[in-house]
Write a protein that binds this ligand. Structure first.
Ligand code: SF4
Ligand code: SF4
Length: 77
């Protein structure tokens, strides 16, 4: 299973729960702050995402959307 995530920068409060929760080390912290003055999370290594959904589950601000794709779909099967 492959996945990718989108993080709404301006919903993120920089709690870093998603970084701790991600088993694949996908997420890191941006060096620039958002509108609210927090340093938000972003997918630094998106190619490692399995779509497991752990990051979205732990995010208290519902800032993360997870998209999943079966490997076979990428080859049109
Ligand atoms: S869906 Fe899973 S692998 Fe992908 S970023 Fe979130 S916790 Fe990490
Ligand atoms: S868990 Fe949500 S609010 Fe916390 S750093 Fe990650 S995206 Fe931002």
């Amino acid at each position: 299973m492959k996945g990718h995530i989108k993080i709404d920068v301006n919903l993120c409060k920089g709690c870093l729960y998603c970084i701790e929760a991600c088993p694949s080390g996908v997420i890191a912290v941006k060096k620039t702050f958002n509108r609210a003055g927090y340093f938000p999370a972003y997918p630094q290594f998106p190619e490692k995402c399995t779509g497991c959904g752990m990051c979205a589950t732990v995010c208290p601000d519902i800032a993360i959307t997870v998209y999943r794709k079966k490997e076979a779909d990428r080859h049109g099967k």
